[in-house]
Write a protein that binds this ligand. Structure first.
Ligand code: FE2
Length: 255
């Protein structure tokens, strides 16, 4: 089984870049499932139904998310339908939607789990305990976890915690791809952060001068996405069809 994963897609230009390059990536890599984090796909954060549909039409099978997903009420119906848009599983139980689904591909069933980190973000249910409960109920050989989190140590800790129990743990949220992809001792693939699909000359997708202004002055500053050359960052992961364990990881950056 082969999965293609794309980091946080930022704004309309990020969505347009996915449309531009993903059909070619699908032809080149022939993935069984394509997963993208879409929580910044709408301009000004969050996800709108139109951006979700755009990503799906571009070849994304499953959209994961994170701390911004409940920002736009318009997405709540799609979350409730639970067909292809996930919110973190460890949000409050009253939040719309769910954090796990099983994707029925042509050749394989792949469970996708979305979790939110507890460090340096809004308080959530403990992601370690939450994923334990989810795994008890999941009967699937291939399990991919998108851990949307800020802290490198929390992401690595969850990777080792799930080693041998899931196929792959990928981090999202920091928008900067890490060069630490590896197969953990128990056979779980891991990367601390996939990176983003957004403007390369930006601060996490935002116009640098606005980020600088906020950092320098601490005055309220409305962020706007940067415009210009885009880069899609992500990972191609291969798994043993018999065991579900990771066998090969390849980071990708497509300008
Ligand atoms: Fe985020």
């Amino acid at each position: 089984m082969r999965a293609l994963l794309i980091g946080d897609v930022v704004g309309q230009e990020g969505c347009a870049h996915v449309r531009r390059v993903l059909p070619g990536l699908r032809k080149l890599y022939m993935p069984d499932v394509v997963i993208a984090n879409g929580e910044n796909a709408a301009e000004g954060n969050g996800l709108l139904p139109a951006s979700a549909q755009h990503l799906r039409d571009s070849g994304v099978d499953i959209i994961t998310s994170g701390n911004h997903i409940l920002r736009r009420r318009e997405i709540y119906d799609l979350l409730e339908e639970g067909d292809y848009v996930l919110r973190p599983a460890n949000l409050h139980p009253s939040a719309p939607g769910r954090g796990v689904l099983v994707y029925d591909g042509l050749r394989f069933r792949v469970a996708v789990v979305n979790l939110l980190g507890a460090a340096f973000l809004e308080p959530v249910d403990n992601p370690f305990d939450c994923v334990d409960r989810l795994l008890e109920q999941l009967d699937c050989k291939f399990i991919i976890v998108d851990f949307h989190a800020e802290a490198t140590a929390e992401k690595l800790s969850l990777g080792f915690y799930l080693d041998g129990r899931v196929s792959l743990v990928v981090g999202t949220h920091t928008h900067v791809q890490t060069a630490d992809e590896r197969i953990l001792p128990g056979g779980t693939g891991y990367i601390t952060d996939l990176g983003m699909c957004g403007c390369f000359n930006s601060v996490l997708g935002v116009r640098p001068e606005l980020a600088i202004r906020r950092m320098r002055t601490h005055l309220p500053t409305r962020f706007e996405n940067a415009s210009g050359g885009q880069c899609l960052s992500g990972l191609v992961a291969d798994f043993d069809d018999a065991t579900g364990k990771a066998v090969r990881l390849e980071r990708i950056n497509v300008f």
